[in-house]
Design a protein around this ligand. Structure first.
Ligand code: FAD
Ligand code: SF4
Length: 507
């Protein structure tokens, strides 16, 4: 039976279920660059180049195998601009008896895909996406009947089921979690390895020109483009990470330093999310390095927790709770996103440096996302939908299944604690401890109130105060609420006053 096999821009894996049973003599693989996907949010230009160039390279690798690929370029004169419309046009070109696809990563595309069969009167088989370590079904089974869906318990289940870092029924080393060891600030004399960059080849340069001309107003610099665009390059990045960065990954996982945009982080999320790498091989290589004695247990566990734990967990949660998940706003946050999230034009140095790095690289590491931009959005009561749209735009790895739970749940606590047992709210002291941003800032983390006070300080207490009815009963918030209660009325009023002034100026 001749089959049209659809491969989307974040499905660039040879093991993709849509390619199972591919018959080179009759089947056609359809790949589509469409305007709707490039503009449903105005993606960072590096993200567009990454996806489009990786798609073009993937199509070439299939063709080299003798596969017929029907590739619709963004600037094709007849391109109708959406997956559904382009599928219709492709069905006019090819005599096929069925369409096969792999379930997409975003609810929006899932809804469109489910309408294809009816729209075109042809059988459409949507297969499971097997490129995860936990299936949607297995996650649903794990979640059933649980009051709290904590990542920690999910992760332990995953450790047991994979047998990774397990000593029989017990975790290797006797502990499940080495987080406390993985929170060191970076010593001033620490040497950070340079990021591995790939010089854009002719295919990438062509896409860069296309993106420059079609999306001149999109966020982000393009000059710095150094992402891997083929599986071979992505594998090179993986090996570089495991041999050069992973040994120090654990220790400095939460550290931040001006001008060091990548530190010891993997910088692999875009490759995992578009399919150039698979989570299994990434984890296995890290475990091999541990077994060979070249990576400590703390770093290996810290890394495994991110991929086997967090990445699988947020994906499970997304599919379990969508489409309603995006609608909640537990803290009733409504302030519009300030313009400096796009321009980096702010006196708050931690925010300025993080946003500048984001613009430069389409990347910021986890703690910058969570404890700088995310923490600010939380404390300032920014509207979840606006913050989520920003996160979806600015990172090369941003796809809704992973971006939304991280932003909505982890950073903004907008899901009321489904993902995190308490909000990740912090004052300037945390940022000062974990970074060097405060050194040259117009404000001081040591000053709590009045002239020169770090805005994170008074915004933190203001946040607790305005959300007391929602958060005070949370046992994990008891300590800060006790401290707030001990403050004099005058001090509380002064905090309120300065926070209001600051927030009004944002508006
Ligand atoms: P490392 O820190 O080196 O971690 C290794 C790998 O673990 C990553 O490549 C990633 O695949 C996985 N990982 C780590 N933390 C998470 C997590 N919380 N959720 C899922 N996977 C994780 N990640 C995305 O892939 N896409 C997003 O759109 C995204 N948006 C985020 C938004 C916010 C507000 C926050 C707080 C986090 C977000 N993350 C997102 C998670 C995390 O910040 C990134 O995966 C990580 O920074 C990617 O860089 P890295 O590859 O150097 O990761
Ligand atoms: Fe950020 Fe406050 Fe430090 Fe300035 S003083 S860098 S605003 S935490």
């Amino acid at each position: 039976m001749a089959t049209l096999r659809v491969v989307l821009g974040d499905q660039l894996s040879r093991s993709l279920s849509a390619l199972d049973g591919l018959d080179r003599s009759r089947d056609v693989v359809l790949m589509m660059e469409v305007r709707e996907e490039a503009t449903y949010v105005p993606h960072h230009r590096q993200k567009l180049v990454l996806v489009l160039s990786a798609m073009r390279h993937f199509a070439e690798s299939l063709r080299a195998e003798g596969v017929t690929v029907d590739y619709v370029a963004l600037d094709h004169p007849e391109n109708r601009g959406s997956f559904t419309q382009e599928l219709g046009r492709a069905l006019e070109r090819h005599q096929v008896e069925r369409v096969v696809a792999t379930e997409p990563g975003e609810w929006r595309v899932w809804e469109a895909m489910r309408g294809w069969e009816e729209a075109y009167g042809i059988p459409v088989k949507i297969r499971e996406d097997r490129r995860f370590l936990c299936s949607r079904e297995a996650f649903t089974t794990w979640a059933q009947g649980r009051k709290a869906l904590r990542m920690e318990f999910f992760y332990r289940e995953m450790r047991r089921s994979t047998g990774w870092l397990m000593d029989g029924e017990k975790p290797v080393g006797g502990r499940w979690n080495y987080d406390p060891e993985n929170r060191k600030p970076l010593p001033s004399d620490a040497r950070v390895p340079p990021r591995q960059r790939f010089v854009p080849d002719p295919v990438t340069r062509k896409v860069m020109a296309l993106v420059e001309s079609r999306f001149p107003d999109h966020f982000g610099e393009l000059e710095n483009f150094g992402w891997a665009v083929t599986r071979e390059q992505a594998l090179e990045s993986l090996h570089h990470f495991v041999t050069v960065c992973l040994p120090s990954f654990g220790d400095y996982q939460d550290a931040m330093r001006t001008g060091e945009d990548f530190l010891f982080h993997a910088v692999l999320s875009p490759y995992l999310n578009i399919g150039l790498l698979e989570p299994q091989e990434v984890c296995e290589l890290a475990l091999e390095a541990y077994a060979a004695g070249s990576v400590p247990l703390t770093a290996t566990e810290g890394f495994l927790r991110q991929i086997l734990g967090w990445r699988e967990y947020v994906r499970g949660l997304y599919w379990l709770r969508m489409p309603g998940y995006a609608e909640t706003n537990f803290l009733d946050a409504r302030r519009p996103l300030p313009g400096f999230f796009w321009t980096a034009d702010t006196e708050l140095r931690c925010l300025r440096e993080t946003i500048k790095a984001t613009r430069r690289n389409a990347y910021a590491h986890h703690i910058q996302r969570l404890m700088i931009t995310g923490n600010f959005a939380l404390l300032a009561g920014l509207a979840p939908a606006e913050v989520e749209a920003w996160y979806l735009v600015v990172y090369a790895d941003a796809f809704e299944w992973v971006e939304l739970p991280n932003t909505h749940g982890m950073a903004l606590h907008a899901d009321g604690g489904l993902l995190g047992s308490k909000p990740y709210a912090a004052s300037g002291a945390y940022i000062d401890r974990m970074s060097d941003y405060c050194r040259d800032c117009a404000f001081s983390p040591k000053v709590k109130l009045g002239e020169g006070a770090c805005p994170f300080n008074y915004l933190y207490w203001h946040f607790l105060s305005v959300n007391a009815s929602r958060l005070k009963g949370n046992p994990r918030m008891a300590m800060p609420y006790r401290t707030l209660a001990r403050m004099t009325d005058d001090r509380r009023a002064a905090i309120e006053h300065q926070a209001r002034q600051f927030l009004d100026a944002l508006d």
